[in-house]
Design a protein around this ligand. Structure first.
Ligand SMILES: C[S@@+](CC[C@H](N)C(=O)[O-])C[C@H]1O[C@@H](n2cnc3c(N)ncnc32)[C@H](O)[C@@H]1O
Length: 241
């Protein structure tokens, strides 16, 4: 059974995830930048570069959160129309402010929605992105299958997600940072220690590498390439419908 943010008994994973992101939303961007030393921005830029190469026009950013990836896509993929979908109204409120501040409201549309029941027709998007979202889904297979459904034939799914570095000594050093320092700093700043204990716990039990590719296949997608980022701390998974 997959790990939940607050308590194994109280409420579904989805409800707890929504509650957690509503709670930490005001500190989310600051913590992202400080906890990753800014590397998360480089990873998102790589996803944008891949999308630009594909020349996708109709794009959805699932689990868009505070909108960083959707905004980066809008700025760099000319004429693309982007839908940003997220479960948490707290995260979306911040995304909306950022989109407006950058004058991108005609190109980036935000909508509250669940990845397991996407509010879009079949075959609607040329490309879908999800950054650090799939690990939080209540039902991974349902979420991936939904994305497969709304992708057009030959459409591409780009998943950016944490993975586990395997080589010595990165694995050991990263393990210490991830399970000791990160929960302490994240808990201190967000006043939600559970949220930043859930982060490493959920990464440790989430399928990565070939195991995640197998999940993509189960959902009817064809894995094309898995691109490890920064010693394998994160991976960009590219798959096609
Ligand atoms: C770690 S944040 C990532 C946000 C953003 N993509 C980024 O790169 O910073 C995970 C996001 O996934 C959203 N999320 C989790 N489960 C979801 C679901 N079932 N449907 C839609 N969004 C979901 C959360 O609300 C949260 O905003």
């Amino acid at each position: 059974m997959s790990v939940k943010p607050y308590s194994p008994e109280g409420g579904s994973k989805k409800d707890q995830v929504r509650q957690m992101f509503d709670h930490i939303a005001p500190k989310y961007d600051f913590l992202n930048r400080t906890l990753s030393f800014g590397i998360d921005k480089i990873w998102r830029k790589r996803v944008v570069k891949l999308l630009r190469r594909k020349g996708a026009m109709q794009i959805m950013d699932v689990a868009t959160g505070t909108g960083d990836l959707a905004i980066a896509i809008a700025r760099s993929v000319r004429n693309a129309e982007i839908w940003g979908v997220d479960l948490s109204s707290g995260m979306l409120e911040l995304a909306a402010k950022k989109v407006e501040k950058k004058g991108l409201q005609d190109r980036v549309k935000l909508r509250q929605g669940d990845s397991e029941a996407l509010p879009f027709d079949d075959n609607s998007f040329d490309a879908i992105t999800v950054a650090f979202g799939v690990r939080n889904f209540g039902d991974l297979n349902r979420g991936l299958s939904e994305m497969q459904r709304v992708l057009r034939p030959a459409g591409t799914l780009y998943v950016l997600e944490f993975s586990r570095p395997s080589s010595f000594p990165i694995r050991q050093l990263y393990g210490f940072y991830f399970t000791r320092i990160l929960p302490w700093w994240g808990g201190l700043v967000s006043k939600d220690k559970a949220a930043y204990t859930y982060l490493p716990a959920s990464v440790l039990q989430f399928p990565d590498g070939k195991d995640f590719e197998a999940e993509l296949e189960k959902a009817g997608l064809k894995p094309i390439r898995s691109w490890k980022q920064t010693f394998g701390i994160a991976t960009i998974y590219i798959s096609e419908k």
